[in-house]
Write a protein that binds this ligand. Structure first.
Ligand code: RIB
Ligand code: CA
Length: 313
């Protein structure tokens, strides 16, 4: 079966790997890339998304979305993880193509109305565009097939604070809005993505199997591996953003847990995704909250092989 998706993204090195993985997947139809701030400012996210489409020869709509969090000051961005231009040491040529003139939120709403019940929103950056789309079209949850996000840390430590993962921390109020909407949402957080370290041999294989796309991932990942390998004996990185796309194609590789979710919006708990599996708390603050699915396990070797085989395809 072919999955229609919209990829909401802040490219970003692991975003790039995920986007190329989606482009290479024969059973994934990417209707467009909607961009958001996060790893880099939204203008850079948008230009980088156009660049990735050009490298892959994909002429699909790319839109620019929110550049600020729902509440609070401008992000400090993550150039220390993704490099000055968002692709490690690579300074991309300016893209030739123009952006679609619509905002990311408007594009999401337009596509959901055009393909009612068929689209999965795959969000791999902060959630401001999805929150805004919900305000634009309150019926959006009925118009989409589902939502898969890379974000959060349900039962493990965060990566920006001890309790918060970057995408949720970057826009905690937007995340609270998105998690509270009445749609079928699955969260792929650090519970699984931090459990699968990728070694240099992995990106070498991507590059051997696909010099264009895999070669770009390998080159951009060098800076990313430098960051992730500090204070480690081995050289690794984490391709967080490809997990929700892999699940769409092969759900059998993942274990999911259901639970009521709330998002912290205070100073200490900003961006904390607190998930209470059903029957584990008397608190109405959770029992009255929406239920989401959380990925808590993944078959590492089969996931890695899926990425390698798809890039080779
Ligand atoms: O915490 C990892 C997430 O934050 C990934 O989506 C990465 O691209 C960054 O956006
Ligand atoms: Ca991302």
């Amino acid at each position: 079966m072919t999955h229609k998706i919209i990829l909401d993204t802040d490219p970003g090195i692991d975003d790039a790997m995920a986007i190329f993985f989606a482009f290479q997947s024969p059973d994934i139809d990417v209707l467009g890339l909607t961009t958001v701030y996060g790893n880099v400012p939204v203008n850079m996210s948008a230009q980088n998304a156009l660049t990735l489409c050009e490298i892959a020869g994909k002429d699909i709509p790319v839109t620019k979305g929110v550049g600020m969090p729902w509440v609070g000051p401008e992000s400090s961005y993550a150039h220390f993880v993704h490099g000055e231009h968002g692709f490690g040491h690579i300074k991309p040529e300016p893209p030739k193509r123009e952006l679609d003139p619509r905002s990311s939120a408007q594009f999401i709403v337009d596509m959901a109305r055009q393909y009612p019940g068929e689209i999965t929103l795959v969000a791999i950056g902060p959630l401001g565009n999805l929150a805004l789309a919900l305000r634009l079209e309150p019926e959006l949850p009925k118009l989409v097939k589902g939502v898969s996000i890379m974000g959060g840390a349900a039962f493990v430590r965060g990566n920006v604070t001890p309790v918060a993962e970057a995408n949720i921390w970057n826009d905690a109020y937007a995340a609270e809005i998105v998690f509270a909407a009445d749609w079928d949402l699955t969260m792929f957080g650090l519970d699984v993505t931090n459990n699968v370290p990728f070694k240099p041999e992995f990106v070498d294989l991507l590059a051997q199997n696909n010099p264009e796309l895999g070669g770009f991932v390998k080159e951009s990942a060098q800076f990313y591996m430098d960051f992730y390998s500090q204070n480690r004996d081995d050289r690794v990185c984490f391709f967080h953003d490809a997990f929700p796309i892999a699940h769409l194609r092969h759900p059998e590789l993942f274990e999911l847990t259901e639970g009521h979710v709330r998002v912290g919006t205070g100073e200490l708990d900003r961006g904390q995704t607190v998930v209470a599996p059903k029957g584990t708390t008397p608190s109405p603050l959770w029992n009255n909250a929406n239920t989401i699915k959380v990925a808590t396990g993944v078959n590492h070797s089969q996931l890695e092989q899926l990425f390698i085989d798809t890039y080779a395809g």
